[in-house]
Design a protein around this ligand. Structure first.
Ligand code: AMP
Length: 214
């Protein structure tokens, strides 16, 4: 499958993407994960992205398109991909369209994960992430077996720097201003599919129905 997962921070894009990769070997491409790894490794890319990320703002379209132009040409994309957290602005969506047509790749659709703002705020405040493998936990309903330790890789499970209440509120404002317009954009391109995402399982079921996967 070749999908864009669209939705606010906390809508469940990462969890849904991980569940979908199990179905057909498609890979998840999360620009947020790529950037967090770069920050952790202290690369030039990381240094350029760090301040904006910490403040809950977007990094520049140029930086993101540079990453994605390379990433979409790697061999593991041949089996399909789930774009998680990209595109995030209209210019990124326009550039992505050009890039996909240059690479001869056709999208199956843009899955718009709908969740209310209350649910999102609660999810983000209670979310914890493994610094090593990116596995997502929730202190209320999905804590790691041992507090602060990843079940999968034994990495440290922490609250992300951009998941303080202040940064979350900034990220949601940025989403409304810069990313929400993508809904109308993809609707006019005939690619938008509205998905009720009250839970990741519900969202995955709806996406499977759309793709006609049992
Ligand atoms: P995420 O994990 O997708 O919520 O991304 C975390 C942060 O990385 C965002 O708040 C942005 O600072 C940055 N980021 C991730 N993807 C993008 C993108 N497509 N465009 C701009 N900034 C991004």
């Amino acid at each position: 499958m070749r999908l864009i997962l669209l939705g606010a921070p906390g809508a469940g894009k990462g969890t849904v993407a991980k569940m979908l990769t199990d179905l057909d070997g498609s890979i998840q491409i999360s620009t947020g994960d790529i950037l967090r790894s770069a920050v952790k490794a202290g690369t030039d890319l990381g240094k350029q992205a760090e301040a904006a990320m910490k403040a809950g703002e977007l990094v520049s379209d140029e930086l993101i398109m540079g990453i994605m132009e390379e990433r979409l040409q790697e061999n593991d994309c041949a089996a399909g991909f789930l774009l998680d957290g990209f595109p995030r602005t209209i210019p990124q969506a326009v550039d992505l369209k050009g890039l996909l047509s240059k690479l001869g790749i056709k999208l199956d659709g843009v899955m718009n994960l709908n969740v209310s703002r209350d649910v999102i705020l609660d999810r983000l405040i209670t979310r914890r992430t493994c610094v090593d493998c990116g596995e997502i936990y929730n202190v209320k309903n999905n804590p790691p077996a041992k507090e602060g330790v990843c079940n999968k890789c034994v990495g440290a499970v922490v609250q992300r720097d951009d998941e303080t209440e202040e940064a979350i509120s900034k990220r949601l404002d940025v989403f409304e201003e810069q990313t929400a317009p993508l809904v109308g954009h993809y609707e006019s391109e005939g690619l938008l599919v509205d998905i009720e995402a009250t839970s990741s399982v519900v969202a995955v079921d709806a996406i499977k129905r759309f793709l006609k996967i049992d």
